[in-house]
Design a protein around this ligand. Structure first.
Ligand code: MG
Length: 379
């Protein structure tokens, strides 16, 4: 049995990963789990999967856990994520934390030739060039978990990169793709949080409503597949059955279809290159009947345009986008700013930023600090 570590085990992707592992016993042993501080979710996971080690972002939560499980190895902080993942006993590490807390662990895992299964968007976007460089140097296996990138990854199997015309990322459209632009100013937190198809955490649900999530996915695809941003298109597809497509130079399109359930790409990533018989519901196209497609309106959803711009400018701009969006979404969730203030303030901070080279992890954290300091002046 292979040892796996799951960073971000209490979040939506982490919980679904454990569910997939539970349904497919005998392949992986859960060696380590990492979370921020959500002990009420983590404790039952520890009892069920009996990991050798756990890492918590917060020291206080770690101390509480130590009392309950005196024999368990418990790490803390960002360093803890590195220590728990680089153990020679571990072969696969799944990255499902949010933000860039796992960035150092990701780079160290690549250097240690671990198989990395990555759902964390922020690290790929903010440190895209660094990750690319290490993946090439150490030849570690990288498998994307996001449903769109998993679809493209699968469509590209056996294909020649030079023959790609475009990557087409599909998008549910979020709750507002039919809403008139004038009305977007007043949408409430509750309306934003009711995503039509996917059930996800609050940050990514807001990003789906502004279409920033799709903007992030353009940048992710750009770094994962090394395709210029100009060749990555977005298509609104409300049924969420096609998870993305690759268009080739000969006019052919390859698409990946399944029911919208994150456990499908999670299972694919875990067992790649093998496919296991699914415990999940199969797709019945005659039940679905219709698949429809629409172009997104970038005037209505400026976040999409801003993300593309960041991808064209490159250097530190994608990092600025990620960190500024994180702060703005939090402010929106606290009711401090409106929905359309998110792209408005993003455009402002783009103008204020002086581009920096991103060649090492510290450069990424420097940009984060700059964004946090600069945004303080906004409010
Ligand atoms: Mg996605």
């Amino acid at each position: 049995m292979e040892n796996i570590v799951i960073l971000g085990s209490t979040g939506s992707i982490g919980r679904q990963t454990l569910e997939v592992l539970e349904k497919n016993p005998g392949y992986f042993r859960v060696y380590g789990l990492a979370a921020k501080n959500e002990l009420e979710i983590l404790i039952p996971q520890i009892k069920k999967f009996k990991p050798k080690a756990v890492s918590l972002a917060e020291v206080e939560a770690a101390q509480k856990l130590k009392k309950l499980f005196p024999k368990l190895k418990i790490y803390t902080g960002q360093k803890g994520l590195v220590e728990i993942s680089v153990s020679p006993k571990v072969s696969s590490v799944l990255f499902a934390t949010s933000g860039i807390v796992c960035l150092e662990a990701l780079v160290e895992c690549i250097k240690n030739k671990k198989r990395v299964l990555v759902a964390n968007k922020e690290s790929i976007i903010a440190a895209g060039k660094i990750i690319q460089k290490y993946l090439k140097k150490y030849k570690a296996e990288f498998i994307p978990l996001d449903s769109e990138h998993s679809a493209i990854f699968q469509c590209l199997k056996g294909e020649n990169k030079k023959e790609i015309k475009n990557l087409i990322l599909t998008c549910s459209g979020g709750p507002f793709w039919k809403t008139k632009k004038e009305k977007l100013k007043k949408v409430t937190k509750k309306e934003v949080l009711s995503h039509p198809v996917w059930k996800m955490g609050p940050k990514i649900t807001v990003d789906s409503a502004t279409l920033m999530n799709k903007g992030f996915e353009i940048l992710e695809a750009h770094y994962i597949f090394e395709i210029p941003v100009e060749k990555i298109k977005v298509l609104i597809h409300p049924q969420c059955i096609i998870h993305s497509m690759v268009e080739f130079v000969d006019g052919s399109l390859k698409a990946l279809l399944s029911l919208p359930d994150m456990k499908i790409p999670i299972q694919y990533a875990l067992f790649h290159p093998h496919r296991l018989p699914g415990f999940l519901k199969p797709l019945n196209l005659s039940e679905i009947k219709n698949l429809s497609f629409f172009d997104p309106d970038e005037k209505k959803f400026p976040c999409l345009k801003l993300a593309k711009l960041a991808g064209k400018i490159e250097e530190s701009m994608p990092a600025v986008l990620v960190f500024a969006d994180e702060i703005l979404v939090e402010k929106f969730l606290r009711g401090e700013i409106g929905f359309l203030d998110i792209p408005k303030f993003l455009a402002q901070i783009f103008k204020m930023h002086t581009l920096q080279k991103i060649s090492k992890i510290e450069d990424v954290f420097k940009v984060k600090k700059w964004v946090e300091k600069t945004m303080e002046k906004f409010f």
